[in-house]
Write a protein that binds this ligand. Structure first.
Ligand SMILES: [Zn+2]
Length: 402
């Protein structure tokens, strides 16, 4: 309401400005400007951002917009077309962008658990297959979709090498990479080695318009087979000096774009209240430190991402967004939501799901329409999409397109 009044006041002040000739000239100029500017698809977003997969400069524009307007994009772990589509369905309903996130294990699951994953072949093939699915259908949902990959530790780099080769091939044909961004998580390594490896990958990424997400410190807890629940607690809190070192090093890569997963006590998974001590002030302190070091007018020079957001309070989430968080990862909460949808479906139709024939309506009644896998899987999709709409509300990502 306050905003509406403010813009009315601005509007009327302009209307009463005693400068008719100037006004005429500036409106002619405005017309010339609009004639040369590319057409906007979304009223509230830069013109570079179109429905479908967003990469390169359009992705940088999208993340800058999130930082400037104070919202964060849900980055959601998926394991197949059901969860991928639930992400895009949610984004269509909440009116914002979405990041579809493939873990190495999620990619392998898409290829199929029966095949060998020697040399990460199943993880590579499945992640590529999932990304191609997104490329084919994302436009139908009418929303910007970021195709992203999750944690990749040093031993898993061959997975990223395989995906990068696919992006290079895609880039040669279309001028765009297959993947919008990759996370490299070298936080197990010493800082200098972490950033040196990230820098060498960013040099390759920049050539085909892929953004890098890197990790400083350690996200606690357990996810996708990586268990950090016993890590020394000091490593859960990143120092501003470390963030600046990474910023300075990665800024040297021509055309390189990056975001930072700096740990501030965040933990993968959902734990009982009192077990997680978030210190998002670390993000503010890091921004201030970088701003002073580089003498920037921008008080948020770094774009941060928030891992281990499941179970965090809305207050902590929104405080972190104020410090330049432009994406929050969501996995545990949507895993539960998908399962809860299946569980509720089975509970509702239990007596129709105990055999192919015979239910409370009669011993010869067929049950095909209840056990068709699409029925229970759709219930999972709907529950997951509904949970993501709630997440988008917490992240202030609702109705940010138009
Ligand atoms: Zn994570």
């Amino acid at each position: 309401m306050k905003l509406a009044i403010a813009s009315l006041l601005v509007g009327s002040a302009a209307a009463f400005a005693p400068s008719a000739p100037v006004g005429v000239r500036s409106s002619a100029l405005n017309m010339a400007e609009t004639a040369t500017e590319p057409a906007k698809t979304y009223a509230k977003l830069p013109a570079s951002i179109k429905p479908g997969v967003v990469t390169g400069q359009a992705l940088v524009d999208l993340l800058d917009d999130a930082k400037a307007r104070g919202y964060a994009i849900p980055g959601v772990n998926i394991v197949g077309t059901n969860s991928i589509n639930a992400c895009m369905e949610a984004a269509m309903k909440y009116g914002g962008p979405i990041m579809v996130t493939f873990s190495k294990g999620g990619g392998q699951f898409i290829a199929g658990k029966a095949v060998s994953n020697e040399n990460d072949q199943a993880s590579i093939a499945g992640t590529i297959a999932g990304a191609k699915h997104v490329h084919e259908v994302a436009k139908l949902y009418g929303v910007p979709v970021v195709v992203h990959t999750d944690h990749c530790q040093k031993a898993w780099l061959p997975w990223i090498d395989g995906l990068l080769a696919a992006s290079e091939e895609h880039f040669a044909k279309t001028g765009e990479p297959l993947f919008s961004s990759h996370m490299l998580d070298l936080s197990e390594e010493p800082l200098e080695e972490n950033i040196a490896i990230c820098k060498s990958y960013l040099e390759k990424f920049a050539k085909v318009g892929i953004l890098l997400e890197f990790e400083l410190g350690v996200t606690g807890g357990e996810e996708d087979g990586v268990d950090n629940s016993d890590v020394d607690s000091s490593r859960l809190y990143t120092q501003p000096e470390e963030v600046f070192y990474a910023y300075e090093q990665l800024s040297q890569v021509p055309g390189g774009a990056f975001t930072c997963a700096a740990s501030f006590g965040n933990v993968h998974g959902v734990y009982a209240p009192g077990n997680v001590d978030l210190q998002p002030i670390i993000l503010y302190n890091s921004q201030k430190y970088i701003q002073e070091k580089i003498g920037s007018a921008d008080d948020k020079p770094m774009k941060f991402v928030f891992h281990g957001g499941s179970g965090s309070s809305v207050e902590d989430i929104q405080y972190a967004i104020g410090a330049g968080v432009i994406k929050m990862n969501i996995d545990t909460d949507t895993q539960w939501a998908f399962w809860d949808g299946l569980r509720a479906y089975e509970a509702k139709y239990h007596d129709y799901l105990q055999g192919q024939i015979g239910n409370p309506e009669g011993p010869e009644k067929p049950n095909k329409k209840y056990y068709d896998p699409r029925m229970s899987l759709r219930a999972g999709e709907e529950a997951m999409a509904a949970r993501l709409i709630k997440a988008a509300e917490d992240l202030k990502c609702v109705n940010v397109l138009n």
